[in-house]
Design a protein around this ligand. Structure first.
Ligand code: HEM
Length: 381
């Protein structure tokens, strides 16, 4: 057993608990009355982005780098999430929680610098850019910018990170060289525009937040179109089992990214309310969670050394995720609060269903492999 495995597993468990609290907090923002989580309603987005996902992504990067110091990034981000949850009862912890979260994002930048140093490739540079965007936005948030104002840059962090993973994999599908360069360029434009968009103090006619948001939207739509044309998932969708499941998740996620990009390009992101809810969650739920569902059976075994088995039942939570998001966005756009609330509840339910299905499928597969092989000659008796 690797010496850091218990730490990796502890970070994943802490992230899962923080995610549960953050999603319940999100539900309370939709008007549901969850048994716990209401105390964190204002922290919903920050808990998920700089708490949960910054920890999980930094953990994956630390494992990739294979250096003990790199674990400082997920440990700091995880500590930020735990302190933020504790601050619900002890408000004095909010400052240290934010400082830990910011330090975690800075450490993630350092990890990505080390990775670029080791492997200078377009996808490692794009990942570095994504982490710089996260750290810069989190710095502004630490300085007092509201969470909704830095949300476009938080979105760009996810998009750059996931696009970089897909560029790395796309090398197996051998897309034209120009296509890989185009994706990197779109990632750079998305990150740059998102950072300009978070700076609401500027009145510059070109570097204006409203213009920047539309540019961000065009870049996101471009990245989505790239994935739908060049992603390796276009090939693996023809293979049965886990490769097809992962490909469906990736391509469906790209579809939602396209929706978010077009929405942003046409309307610009309104800071709060249904418009923000639609655009932000087309990215966070439609793109990010769909990618999580697609990649979890591949990444979890590598990071936590747990065996995850594929079962066709995994399509159920994926379908619930996308159907409920469609309901949520329809509610946002049509001004139908009930559709929006039910859709948000469905998003949360999809997460629970996914966790239960993964655990049940893996235990079933474990039992099947643990069962002793039939004695010679017993077949057909
Ligand atoms: C799964 C169920 C989820 C529910 C029910 C939910 C609910 C909400 C609601 C109601 C808002 C406020 C929108 C408004 O201003 O009217 C919001 C904002 C936000 N959400 Fe979610 N959300 C969910 C998932 C996620 C995920 C997975 C992420 C990140 C990966 C995320 C990140 C954010 C961010 C960054 C904001 C804006 C900042 C803030 O107001 O906290 N949400 N969410």
């Amino acid at each position: 057993m690797t010496p850091l495995l218990p730490l990796r597993r502890a970070l994943l468990v802490a992230s899962a608990l923080a995610a549960a609290a953050a999603v319940l907090a999100g539900l309370s923002r939709l008007g549901w009355r969850p048994p716990v989580g209401e105390a964190h309603a204002a922290d919903h987005g920050a808990l998920l982005v700089v708490g949960v996902f910054a920890t999980v992504i930094a953990l994956e990067r630390a494992v990739a780098l294979g250096a003990a110091w790199a674990y400082a990034a997920p440990v700091l981000s995880g500590a930020g999430a735990v302190l933020r949850l504790a601050a619900g009862h002890e408000p004095g912890l909010l400052g240290p929680a934010t400082d830990a979260a910011l330090a975690g994002t800075a450490a993630l930048v350092a990890v990505n610098v080390a990775i670029v140093h080791r492997q200078r490739a377009s996808f490692t540079v794009l990942m570095l850019l994504g982490s710089v965007t996260l750290a810069a936005a989190t710095w502004r948030w630490r300085q007092g910018a509201p969470a909704f104002a830095v949300t476009p840059a938080w979105m760009a962090f996810f998009v750059a990170t996931i696009a970089a993973e897909r560029v790395e994999l796309a090398r197996l599908a051998r897309p034209p060289r120009a296509a890989a360069h185009a994706l990197i360029a779109l990632g750079v434009v998305a990150s740059g525009a998102a950072l300009v968009a978070t700076d609401h103090s500027t009145d510059h006619p070109i570097a204006h937040p409203r213009v920047a948001l539309r540019v961000l939207g065009v870049a996101l739509a471009g990245i989505a179109a790239w994935q739908l044309v060049f992603d390796l998932a276009r090939r693996t969708i023809r293979q049965p089992g886990l490769p097809r499941f992962a490909a469906v998740g990736v391509l469906a996620g790209a579809g939602w990214l396209g929706v978010a990009g077009l929405d942003l390009a046409l309307t610009g992101l309104v800071p709060v309310g249904p418009d923000l809810d639609a655009t932000a969650h087309a990215v966070f739920v439609g793109f990010v969670l769909s990618m999580v569902f697609a990649h979890a059976p591949i990444i979890l075994p590598a990071v936590a050394r747990v065996r995850i088995a594929f079962h066709p039942a995994l399509y159920v939570p994926l379908a619930v995720l996308h159907a409920s998001l469609a309901s949520r966005l329809a509610g946002d756009w049509l001004g139908d609060a009930a559709l929006r609330r039910v859709g948000g509840l469905g998003n949360a339910l999809a997460l629970v269903l996914f966790a239960v299905t993964v655990i049940a499928a893996s235990r079933r597969a474990g039992r099947l492999t643990a069962r002793p092989a039939p004695a010679r000659g017993s077949v057909g008796r």
